[in-house]
Write a protein that binds this ligand. Structure first.
Ligand code: SF4
Length: 497
């Protein structure tokens, strides 16, 4: 019911250029694309809502549905916490056949009662899933009733998987906190330096790489939605002076509606790459100054940016020598595609290709600006094409998400996870140094020499298998009948061309 009333409205997003360019009819159809046969589709809307909200660390996240929905989505992104750990406890109503026939609302209510009595969290987020939506469970009504009865905020997140894509689920999560959380509490105090960060999930602790920079400028992060988030902080987010949106495609609706409801201006920025981090700090300072912060903030920001950039460059310098001219294949998407391209070029790496499948027109324009042309932008690479690019040693390393890691491993080439499941934080100046360090570690890992050792020679006059060898630090393909001498590939004597 809620979806029917609000789903179309969410598809109408004034903060998204792509959405604005659509006709009224196209807009009603939403942003999901039909999955083509054989292609891997992303997560469901429920998964997207869970990803967006699970980093709120002090609340209980209760999934109303079959147990597999919870198992499918639980803590799959390494969102880190600086305190409470309740967000990592898996709660599900685990509905069964009888609930499907008689309804699962009673079970949901009892689950809420049990969670509140055992864990006493400041709030509970209740996620709707496919089955419970299809049998007509009214989670809004149950949450309202339980909230009144137990005196605790209980937030319905109407995100059944069938509603749409993971990205749509991010927005449904945003709607839930807009309707039920933001604006429900007043902060203890306010300052002229208060900001919210929206769409930053503190994956592997990235928020902690950029928070010290804001702290050094006296800028207070009132709340981060939702990395290392606390319920009470999000509830008082409406008193911040500005909003910064990190991943524009995920929760832009929170920023646009906060602007409409509370008059808080926002901007889109990135923490990836030295230049982007500096621009984000400058933009934040400028917007705060426009909102009434003292002008000396701009001077202090410039001083901090200069000092931090110099420090980061000094730490990257030793790697630049080792990585200069190394070729990178970048298979990622959205805002990351341009911000990571900029970051890699800063480290002296050469981009042989970058996928722009998930990028907006604005993202593509930025990549074009950074690379100087669009010849290296690829809309979609199949696994076979990626494999050939790597196997033919046209790239020295692939940076991508976990889904394509096996292609790189099959081609016996280094691979680094830069997507949401990454184990290392890559934000801010500190993150850039970390990224370069990890690329260096991956490329120069001795394991690649070992796995590329060819099968034993089984004929005279050359190997019968093609192989990849390292010559002067660059991977080269050696075909059957070829040999390596004096650091160069030669056709073996006696083998005619
Ligand atoms: S598609 Fe539906 S059933 Fe599957 S995980 Fe998502 S919510 Fe659960």
């Amino acid at each position: 019911m809620w979806l029917k009333a609000n789903g179309v409205e969410i598809f109408n997003e004034p903060g998204c250029g792509k959405n604005r360019a659509k006709s009224e009819k196209e807009r009603k159809q939403g942003c999901s694309k039909q999955a083509s046969p054989g292609a891997a589709a992303g997560g469901c809307a429920f998964d997207g809502a869970r990803i967006a909200l699970q980093p709120v660390v002090d609340v209980a996240h209760l999934v109303h549905g079959p147990i597999a929905c919870e198992g499918n989505s639980w803590d799959n992104r390494h969102a880190a916490t600086s305190g409470p750990t309740l967000y990592r406890t898996a709660f599900t109503t685990d509905i069964n056949e009888l609930d499907v026939i008689y309804g699962g609302e009673g079970r949901l209510f009892r689950s809420l009662r049990e969670i509140l009595s055992k864990y006493d969290p400041p709030a509970v987020f209740v996620y709707q899933t496919c089955v419970t939506a299809l049998i007509g469970d009214d989670i809004d009504a149950v949450c309202k009733h339980a909230s009144e009865k137990f005196g605790k905020p209980i937030i319905p997140v109407n995100s059944p998987g069938f509603a749409g894509s993971k990205n749509f689920g991010n927005k449904l999560a945003g709607e839930a906190i807009l309707d039920y959380v933001i604006g429900t509490r007043e902060p203890a105090y306010t300052t002229s330096f208060d900001i919210n960060i929206i769409g930053e999930y503190n994956l592997s602790g990235e928020l902690w790489q950029i928070k010290p920079l804001f702290d050094a400028l006296g800028i207070r992060i009132v709340c981060c939605i939702s990395g290392d988030g606390r319920y009470k902080e999000i509830a008082s987010a409406h008193r911040a002076k500005i909003n910064m949106v990190v991943c524009s495609k995920s929760m832009i609706n929170v920023a646009t509606k906060m602007q409409q409801r509370y008059g808080i201006p926002y901007f889109e920025g990135s923490f990836y790459g030295i230049g982007d981090m500096s621009n984000t700090l400058r933009r934040t300072a400028r917007m705060l100054a426009q909102q009434g912060a003292p002008d000396d903030l701009l001077v202090r920001t410039e001083r901090l940016v200069n000092a931090e950039e110099a420090r980061a460059w000094a730490r990257i310098a030793p790697y630049r020598k080792r990585l200069q001219g190394r070729r990178v294949l970048l298979i990622t998407g959205g805002v990351k595609s341009w911000s990571v391209v900029a970051a890699l070029q800063e480290a002296g790496l050469e981009i042989v290709g970058t996928s722009v499948k998930k990028s907006t027109d604005g993202d593509k324009e930025r990549i074009k600006e950074i690379l100087g042309d669009d010849t290296r932008m690829v809309d979609n690479l199949t696994a076979r094409e990626i494999y050939h690019l790597l196997r033919d040693a046209k790239a020295d390393i692939m940076l991508s998400g976990g889904r394509s890691q096996f292609v790189a491993l099959k081609a016996r080439m280094p691979w680094l996870d830069v997507n949401q499941e990454r184990h290392h934080p890559y934000a801010g100046y500190e993150g850039m140094v970390e990224l370069v360090h990890e690329i260096d570690r991956s490329i120069h890992n001795p394991v690649w020499q070992q796995v590329r050792i060819p099968a034993p020679w089984d004929d005279e006059g050359g190997g019968s298998h093609e192989r990849i060898v390292s010559l002067s630090g660059h991977a080269k393909r050696v075909l059957p009948g070829e040999d390596v001498q004096d650091n160069q590939v030669h056709v073996h004597a006696g083998v005619s061309a």
